[in-house]
Design a protein around this ligand. Structure first.
Ligand SMILES: [Zn+2]
Ligand SMILES: [Zn+2]
Length: 365
């Protein structure tokens, strides 16, 4: 069928709205009419560095919409179901079996392969597809059972979309990956969707001290409204003394959500004994972190990378929806909606720091 999609034809180029021919769903595929799709930092990272992807490529990995058609083997959803489209995993490997699908052995092929697993595009012609098993910067997307979580009737698609990646990554980093206990202290570096979702989750968990480190004043102010106890400007001076002025013994958990390697490095100046540095912001390729071994050993400091907040979407998305319903995860505060066709203007606003989370909405959604 004919669809409209936002494509990237060259590294770093603007998105172009194109008409493409989408294949019929195969036996294991599901066609979803996209109503809303979030814009995540990873979309822009791949736009700028598409690695081995076929160009043009259709990105987009926070889709939400209505199932319109399913292949013969699909049992999890049926036409008419309202769904959120998260990342894809295989369901059969050791990590999927352990409830950790974000570390699926097939994560790269299934999310960044730029095609179906047999190499065929979901589109007619040479067009990169299957980004995160969805390529949802489009009016219709082909996806898979493992991507999908059914949505309740009462949540608007534009509100739900960021749960698919950004919100679950930030909240999951606190609630699942670092599993910060009530009463602990947390510093979050970077006040975008991931960082501010982490702040809200830390508040919901009952963390005693929640520090946001972020240069944009409006985002620091928002963090204080969302539950941060302190908000620090990293460019106002040395960050370690500023954090230690709040917590002389240092911070129990540091979540690096800015993708700035130097900011991750600086955390060794203010992390507490037996503290953990969680790395979730994606820095430019080839970035390095230098672990001060004497400090790490003497004080029992841990460092770990985190994908998608260790989320198992089928389990965790309903938990996040419950937290939201209870008013304890007010992520609607982060969202600004734009018409799908205004994708480049929306990106410009996000890069300028004018909005935190862009969600693109389709006509009639
Ligand atoms: Zn797997
Ligand atoms: Zn993402």
């Amino acid at each position: 069928m004919k669809i409209e999609a936002a494509t990237i034809s060259a590294p770093g180029a603007d998105f172009e709205i194109q008409t493409l021919e989408l294949s019929e769903p195969r036996a294991d595929e599901i066609r979803v009419r996209i109503a809303a799709v979030g814009l995540c930092h990873t979309d822009l990272g791949v736009r700028d560095q598409p690695y081995g992807m076929i160009l043009p490529v259709v990105l987009g990995h926070e889709g939400a919409g209505i199932v319109e058609a399913v292949g013969a083997e699909v049992t999890k959803v049926a036409p008419g179901d309202r769904v959120l489209i998260s990342f894809r995993s295989c369901g059969d490997c050791k990590m999927c079996g352990a409830g950790q699908p974000a570390y699926c052995n097939h994560l790269i092929a299934m999310n960044f392969g730029g095609a179906r697993l047999d190499g065929a595009s979901s589109f007619e012609g040479k067009v990169g597809s299957n980004f995160f098993g969805q390529s949802s910067f489009a009016t219709q997307a082909l996806t898979y059972e493992r991507n999908l979580v059914k949505l309740p009737q009462d949540i608007p698609f534009a509100l739900a979309a960021p749960l698919a990646c950004g919100v679950q990554t930030g909240a999951g980093s606190i609630l699942r990956a670092l599993n910060c206990p009530p009463g602990s202290s947390v510093a979050v570096i970077g006040g975008g969707t991931v960082g501010l979702s982490a702040v809200m989750a830390a508040k919901a968990r009952g963390c005693a001290t929640i520090i946001l480190i972020e240069p944009v004043r409006a985002r620091r102010d928002l963090a204080l409204q969302l539950g941060a106890t302190h908000a620090l400007d990293p460019f106002a001076g040395e960050i370690a003394p500023a954090v230690r002025a709040v917590l002389p013994q240092g911070v129990d958990y540091v979540l690096e959500a800015s993708g700035v390697a130097a900011a991750a490095q600086a955390a060794f100046g203010y992390i507490a004994t037996r503290g953990v540095l969680g790395l979730v912001g994606v820095p430019p390729g080839g970035s390095q972190l230098s672990v001060p071994l004497d400090l790490a050993i003497t004080f029992g400091i841990g460092v770990r990378g985190i994908i998608e907040g260790d989320s198992d979407p089928d389990v965790f998305i309903p938990e996040l929806l419950d937290l939201h319903s209870a008013g304890r995860l007010p992520f609607e505060r982060l969202i600004s909606t734009y018409p799908f066709h205004d994708i480049n203007a929306a990106i410009a606003a996000q890069l300028a720091g004018e909005v935190v989370k862009v969600v693109l909405t389709m006509d009639g959604a």
